[in-house]
Design a protein around this ligand. Structure first.
Ligand code: ATP
Ligand code: MG
Length: 399
């Protein structure tokens, strides 16, 4: 194997001047945890990038794993040699030959080590002519080359790279706190969680479960979704809230058109309590404006009023097609489309109010004594923790 390193570029991270150290440390941690099954790797970071010494490991699965880590802007395979012209010539020639489909190339030298005796421009020519003399059917194309060889001359050695592989971008998970994701079994909320992770946010999840109206299979779906989401960031704790008794009470005591609004408010109220207990400062939902009755401006206003916590809605302006596309990319689609009902669909009235009046909501809700129910619920929450997934597995295909 020719290549002995993988280079990881940070992108947006390197813009975060003050917090850069913290971000880089977090990314290093995330890469190390993701690659824990490869103890032979050596991971080092500097101000502008990270290098992984392969120590003979096959780079392919490692690149695949790193591509899904938020904060990784792009990756390249690299060869490291001494700052010695002959060694660089040899390695550049090998790298060019490795790019089998390429017919045109360009050399770009960056000379961070000013002790290296040849300037960047001149070195481009030195290496370029070496490649032209030692190959037959390649030509130089500085505008649209098939392959661009980067020669990066640093104090500690020279790295030669060719192709750039796109990473997930965003910020490393854990660099921006934690949010409590309201995770239903639907398509939207897992995508919302995934997008929040891309802003550096860790997830914890809450699911409202109403047995026997909702089945074990519906709960399992949510657990599988949470398990799946760990692949992109962190271990995820899922709090399963027993919601049946309170839902029945709402169903009995709240006028039909308002039951959905009150039920949603209860969900937020309980979620806020869980968040407070877990030191989490925000809630996240998969709501998208106008999608269903609870997601009109009036409903959001009436529902949101119950909490002071920031309620994050990363999908608010997205249409369903775009959401579905992401769910397919992150492999949650097949889990989300398993046909089990969740608690909202079971209890939701045929014609919930799309424009609930806040004063009426509060009036009806005030007639119902829920504090005791909420205390009981808080005592009966089941919490399951899913560890971070190192490898993409195929459980979704089993169903
Ligand atoms: P999803 O596809 O995520 O279920 P949806 O379009 O079906 O969303 P709703 O059922 O109205 O929309 O739910 C809106 C949001 O409320 C969900 O995205 C989720 O964040 C939250 N939610 C709904 N049901 C539950 C539940 N049983 N447990 C936890 N959160 C829920
Ligand atoms: Mg739903």
């Amino acid at each position: 194997m020719l290549y002995d390193h993988i280079l990881i570029r940070y992108g947006e991270l390197s813009l975060k001047n003050k917090n850069r150290k913290k971000f880089i440390y977090q990314l290093h941690e995330n890469v190390r945890t993701k690659l824990i099954n490869y103890p032979e790797l050596k991971i080092k970071n500097s101000r502008d990038r990270m290098t992984i010494l392969l120590n003979g490991q096959d780079p392919e699965p490692i690149i695949e794993a790193c591509q899904t880590i938020y904060g990784v802007q792009s990756l390249s395979l690299a060869i490291k040699v001494d700052n010695d012209t002959e060694q660089i010539k040899h390695a550049a020639l090998q790298a060019l030959k490795e790019a089998t489909d390429a017919r045109t190339f360009k050399i770009t030298t960056k000379r961070a080590d000013k002790d290296f005796p040849i300037g960047s421009q001149e070195f481009n020519h030195v290496i370029g002519s070496h490649l032209l003399t030692n190959t037959e059917d390649y030509t130089v194309d500085v505008h649209h080359p098939d392959v661009e060889l980067h020669i990066d001359i640093r104090k500690q050695g020279t790295y030669i790279t060719s192709t750039r592989i796109k990473g997930a971008g965003g910020l490393p998970v854990g660099s921006a706190g934690k949010t409590l994701l309201l995770l239903s079994g639907g398509l939207d909320s897992p995508v919302a969680g995934y997008l929040m992770m891309g802003r550096g946010v860790k997830l914890e999840a809450v699911h409202f479960h109403s047995p026997p109206y909702t089945s074990e299979a519906a709960k399992q779906k949510v657990l599988d979704l949470a398990d799946r989401l760990t692949f992109f960031g962190n271990e995820i704790k899922v709090h399963i809230v027993p919601f049946t008794a309170l839902q029945q009470k709402i169903h009995r005591e709240i006028p039909y058109g308002y039951s959905m609004t009150v039920m949603r408010r209860m969900m937020l109220k309980i979620s806020e309590k869980i968040a407070a207990k877990e030191n989490i400062l925000s809630l996240t939902t998969g709501e998208s404006l106008g999608q269903v009755a609870s997601q009109t401006m009036e409903s959001m206003h009436a529902i949101n009023e119950v909490t002071n916590y920031p309620l994050l809605r990363p999908l608010v302006s997205m249409d369903k097609e775009a959401i579905i596309r992401i769910s397919q990319q992150i492999d949650t689609y097949d889990i989300s489309t398993r046909p089990y009902e969740d608690c909202c669909t079971v209890f939701v009235p045929n014609a919930p109010k799309t424009k609930p009046k806040l004063d009426k909501v509060k009036y009806f809700e005030g007639l119902m004594d829920v504090e005791g129910d909420i205390t009981d619920i808080m005592n009966d929450i089941e919490t399951i923790t899913f560890p971070l997934k190192q490898e993409k597995d195929t459980f979704a295909d089993l169903f």
